[in-house]
Design a protein around this ligand. Structure first.
Ligand code: SF4
Length: 265
């Protein structure tokens, strides 16, 4: 623990050296996959991986729920990235599966993010996870196993000890291009456009920014509602539109067992 805190206190140059050294040692003799989302951390991760000179392929998973600016940015600045996709668009998956992803049961993170990347099939996965991002992530480490021991896949997080200020300092120092959305107020973090994990305060800005995409998801949730209207009505949700907004706000329905779980539907 003391060692981890020590690394978080290093200056940027030391962190860069440490991340590069870590990658070079961990990847020696292996082909690696650098998971690239197009966000600021990914841009730094990709640049660090190039500087480390490792044998890597950069892979972007288009969740089908991405901001148009992000897609444009990747097409323009990261032509060397290989694209993968989930089996079907998230909207269609919600309708077919007939279950909404929630803060606890976030199945789309697996089907629409992790699985397509795992299918790309390299032994070493390199990701831009940082300990600072959440309490759960703080408990992580720079090296781990991807998807259980049976997979034999190694997960590396070379920028695990970097903080947000380090990321921006690096971008500034090396003139790394980044997605224009970051320059807009309230878009400190970029991810899926319609996502039930976001706080309502932040969600409001995304709804305002991407009304068409939210409307398309609203239609999907209305179809979901139409498959079992009596069930939702008996839980205090009279129609699909209200279900949609309650889903986005992470509100539970009447009679649900776990008050912290969001909507288990
Ligand atoms: S970030 Fe949100 S919308 Fe995107 S895959 Fe994960 S839970 Fe689903």
């Amino acid at each position: 623990m003391a060692k981890k805190s020590y690394k978080r206190k290093l200056g940027l140059n030391q962190k860069i050296d440490h991340s590069i050294d870590f990658l070079q040692r961990a990847c020696v003799g292996h082909m690696a996959q650098v998971n690239f989302s197009g966000g600021k951390d990914s841009c730094v991760l990709k640049d660090i991986s190039i500087k480390a000179g490792i044998n890597a392929t950069f892979v972007f998973c288009n969740t089908t729920n991405e901001a148009p600016e992000l897609i444009k940015f990747i097409r323009e600045y990261h032509k060397d990235v290989k694209w993968v996709r989930p089996e079907k668009p998230l909207i269609k998956a919600i309708i077919d599966k007939n279950i909404l992803p929630t803060r606890i049961a976030r199945w789309c993170c697996r089907t629409h993010k992790k699985n397509p990347l795992i299918k790309a099939g390299y032994k070493i996965d390199i990701v831009g996870v940082r300990g600072e991002e959440s309490n759960k992530r703080k408990l992580g480490r720079m090296i781990g196993i991807r998807g259980g021991k049976k997979t034999g896949r190694i997960l590396l997080s070379p920028i695990f000890n970097w903080n947000t200020a380090d990321i921006w300092e690096y971008i500034d120092k090396f003139k790394i291009p980044y997605c224009s959305l970051y320059d807009e107020p309230n878009f400190e973090r970029i991810g899926c456009v319609v996502c039930p994990l976001r706080s309502w305060n932040v969600q409001k800005f995304w709804i305002k920014r991407y009304p068409k995409i939210f409307r398309a998801f609203e239609k999907a949730v209305c179809k979901h509602f139409a498959k079992k209207p009596e069930y939702f009505k008996s839980r205090g949700c009279p129609n699909g539109h209200i279900l949609f907004y309650r889903w986005l706000r992470g509100e539970k329905l009447l009679g649900e067992p776990n008050p912290t779980s969001g909507m288990l539907i």
